[in-house]
Structures are given as structure tokens and as C-alpha cells.
Ligand binder design. Structure first.
Ligand code: NI
Length: 228
């Protein structure tokens, strides 16, 4: 699954977040939070939900996600990890790696999250930096992703991925993981595609006699495949 979420945040929200993130003093070495193998390829800085700016902007992102139809339909989320933020500049990069499949939810008393989907929200405009592409290896080969500020990308969490070196400017983004009600990536993708087709049919032929049948089938599959 590789789904772009355009305009997750408004230009005003992006400007506010950028001002707060640019002013935040204590960005820490990203390698401090990486696993044993990822530590060897991770060169960036980050702040997380324990930082008041990370918490405030993280809440802004979570609120935007909850009211975003594309995200809710594609991800079918059951749990979302608090967003973290990272910056790359001066050649910083994150070499090819795979994220941990199971993570602790901070301050939850030991509740864990199965990472089904990864998300990156872009806070820098593509013209502000060179390099810094998110490269994800999916079914169709390598996809290079560099989206406008305020846009986001949702991708399968077990994908091999990397961020290429930022050779000019600064790349600021948010990243986090999602546990989906639909554990299987193929089933989730099929449901999303079916949902999009039904939406399209409902928009162009709202009185089509087969619409209710399609919708019924969508919900039967959802009921069969959902794990909550
Ligand atoms: Ni990663």
C-alpha cells in the first residue's frame, strides 16, 4: 500500500508548525532512538512527544487525520503512535532499513502497537532542499516520494525504505506508525480500492440500482477481515 494524502494540513497549520519546530532548541541525535541495525545507517536529528512542541504539533496532526476521509478509508486505523519529527541537513540521511514491527506506546502502561503502516508528513516545500527523497521499495519497485508541505504519504510499514542525503537546505517532516483494523496489506488495499470505486459510482450515478449491493459487499468484507 502506498497512498498519498494531499492537503492533510492547511498552509496556515504548516506555517504555525514550522515556526514552532524551527524555534525548538533540543533536537537530539536520531541514532539515539534507532534499533541496533538502523543505528548504523541513521544520520538525522529528531524530537518526539516528550517535547512540548512535538506534543502540540503531534496533536494537530492526529486531529487532522481523524477528519481526513482518504486516511480513514486507506488506513482503517485502530491505534496511531504519537507523531515524532525529524530534520535532515548538511548531507544527513537515513540509509535503507525496515522499521520495528511492534512498538511500545509511550506512557500507556505497556500497551503495544503492531506497525502495519508508516506515515510521513512533509513540512518543507520540495524547492527548499535538494535530495531528501523518501524512497520506498514496494511491489512495483522503488518509489521516490517528495511531496509539498502539508501533504503526507502512507506506506506499508514492513517496506524497505530510506531517506536520501539532503545536500542543500533543511528537510523537516513528521513520522509515525499506525495499527490498522485490517492487518493484511493486500486485503486493506483491496478494500480501499473497492471503497474508492463505490464512492466514484455514488458520485456519478447516485441512483444506480447496484450501488446498495456493492456497498453491502464492502461491509461484508470489512466485517470478515476486521480485527479490533
Ligand atoms: Ni524508517
Amino acid at each position: 500500500m502506498l497512498v498519498a494524502i494531499p492537503n492533510l494540513l492547511t498552509p496556515q497549520q504548516v506555517a504555525y508548525a514550522r515556526q514552532k519546530l524551527d524555534a525548538a532548541a533540543n533536537w537530539i541525535d536520531g541514532a539515539a532512538t534507532a534499533g541496533v541495525l538502523a543505528k548504523q545507517v541513521k544520520r538525522n536529528r529528531q524530537i518526539d512527544q516528550s517535547h512540548h512542541v512535538g506534543q502540540e504539533i503531534g496533536q494537530m496532526i492526529l486531529k487532522a487525520l481523524a477528519s481526513n476521509g482518504t486516511f480513514m478509508s486507506a488506513a482503517q486505523p485502530v491505534k496511531v503512535l504519537p507523531p515524532k519529527f525529524n530534520r535532515y541537513e548538511g548531507g544527513e540521511h537515513y540509509g535503507a532499513h525496515i522499521d520495528n514491527a511492534v512498538m511500545d506506546i509511550p506512557a500507556s502502561g505497556g500497551v503495544r502497537l503492531r506497525a502495519d503502516l508508516s506515515m510521513t508528513v512533509f513540512f518543507s516545500e520540495p524547492g527548499e532542499y535538494d535530495g531528501g527523497e523518501l524512497r520506498v521499495l514496494d511491489t512495483y519497485g522503488h518509489q521516490a516520494i517528495k511531496l509539498p508541505a502539508g501533504h503526507a504519504i502512507l506506506y506499508t510499514a514492513t517496506s524497505l525504505h530510506e531517506v536520501t542525503p539532503v545536500t542543500r537546505g533543511i528537510r523537516t517532516s513528521s513520522f509515525f506508525w499506525i495499527q490498522s483494523m485490517i492487518r493484511d496489506d493486500g486485503r486493506r488495499s483491496m478494500l480501499y480500492e473497492l471503497g474508492e470505486v463505490i464512492h466514484s459510482l455514488a458520485a456519478t450515478h447516485p441512483d444506480h440500482p447496484s450501488l446498495a449491493g456493492f456497498l453491502g459487499h464492502y461491509h461484508k468484507l470489512l466485517q470478515r477481515w476486521t480485527d479490533v
